[in-house]
Design a binder for this molecule. Structure first.
Ligand code: ADP
Length: 304
């Protein structure tokens, strides 16, 4: 069945070192990364659309051109006069990556300010995807708008997918962060947390605790990613299933491991695979992505 996935969030300009005094420009962001891998893995009769707000500057235009070039729909993206995208810089020191951000005035913070526009975009899709980073960049009123629309989508029978992607530096305080992540989960039909984050911020002692916590919030389907430890699926009332990760000889760059897993996993589900089959495919996609540099690798490199 053909359909549309709408991924909602922030895409930033990425600057990374490219030799003495030189910076390389790219575009990335968790929800855009997932849209990229969804586009690569979903059947071609599905549309994969991105929803955000950008400015009317040349960098925003380049960002949209990059998405268009990748086959990601941009027609619902808001353009706000006088605004610019957020930006981050990756610096390498002794092999360790440090990230510096300039995103406080990013256009994407306004993505939910026009509730009618957001609703129309959500109405046009069967699968809605957003993350804790999407919520973390928004003002509290905008969080309320987005979550109200997500709940409305869920109530109307759409698949609403949430990756908590917990990033404390985006949030004013821990209580509000955890409460809002829980609200995001409650508004969703499928939650895709990473155990590392959940253990640090919610204090979960094991994967079973993460599953139990989200199930207790009323989330129907929970898939916990645990790096090389594989994924654990709790779908509806079916027995919990563990799917191992794909062994990798040498991890090159784990950026986008979880985002690419999500894209491959959702694509397989849309093709009618079982959750366990979909998780095995998501793990194969992620294991390929972490063998290459950068968040976005060529679709040609991905497993079929
Ligand atoms: P995130 O990037 O969100 O922190 P994880 O680290 O849990 O997410 O990784 C997501 C998925 O990527 C895992 O479920 C697994 O399939 C794959 N993965 C991550 N690290 C490894 C690894 N070292 N070896 C093999 N697969 C991995």
């Amino acid at each position: 069945m053909a359909g549309r996935l709408l991924s909602i969030g922030e895409c930033m300009v990425e600057l990374s070192q490219a030799g003495e005094g030189l910076l390389r420009k790219g575009f990335a962001g968790d929800t855009l990364n997932t849209a990229w891998y969804a586009r690569a893995c979903f059947p071609s009769d599905w549309s994969i659309d991105y929803f955000t707000a950008v400015g009317d500057d040349p960098m925003s235009s380049e960002m949209l051109a990059m998405m268009d070039g990748a086959g990601i729909g941009t027609s619902q993206i808001l353009r706000i006069a006088g605004k610019t995208p957020g930006l981050y810089l990756i610096t390498l020191k002794d092999g360790e990556r440090t990230f510096s951000y300039w995103r406080d005035t990013a256009a994407a913070k306004k993505l939910a300010d026009d509730a009618d526009h957001l609703r129309a975009a959500i109405d046009s899709a069967q699968i809605i995807y957003f993350s804790g980073i999407t919520l973390g960049i928004l003002a509290p009123e905008a969080v309320d708008t987005l979550l109200a629309e997500a709940r409305r989508a869920k109530a109307s029978g759409k698949t609403v997918v949430f990756d908590p992607n917990i990033r404390p530096r985006l949030w004013p305080n821990k209580n509000y962060m955890l409460k809002t992540i829980e609200d995001g989960a409650r508004a969703s039909t499928l939650v895709l947390p990473s155990f590392d984050d959940e253990a640090v911020h919610f204090g979960d002692k094991d994967v079973a605790a993460t599953i139990a916590r989200y199930k207790a919030l009323g989330v129907e389907n929970v898939v916990v990613k645990d790096g090389p430890g594989g994924v654990t699926l709790a779908f509806g009332s079916a027995p919990v299933v563990h799917v191992p990760s794909v062994k990798v000889d040498k991890v090159v760059d784990t950026t986008s491991a979880g985002d690419s897993f999500n894209g491959g996993f959702l694509a397989s589900l849309a093709k009618g695979c079982t959750p366990a089959e979909a998780a095995a495919y998501g793990a194969a996609v992620a294991s390929t992505v972490i063998c290459h540099h950068g968040a976005l690798i060529s679709p040609d490199l991905l497993p079929k």
